[in-house]
Design a protein around this ligand. Structure first.
Ligand code: ZN
Length: 59
């Protein structure tokens, strides 16, 4: 089940979704670090992985 989103992830500062269009650079080979400009706070951030689209209470 793959939910492909155009978001890079979530801004760690303001928790706003960062769209892929804001992508600036991707660094790293083993651990990928993505840098993008957050549209909400205007900072260069490393977006966290996109939040789970579905919140299922499966634990
Ligand atoms: Zn932000």
């Amino acid at each position: 089940m793959t939910n492909e989103s155009s978001d890079l992830g979530t801004c760690p500062l303001c928790e706003s979704p960062v769209p892929a269009s804001q992508l600036l650079a991707v660094f790293g080979s083993t651990e990928r670090t993505t840098f993008a400009e957050c549209p909400a706070c205007g900072d260069i951030v490393a977006p966290t992985d996109a939040p789970l689209p579905e919140k299922s209470n499966k634990e």
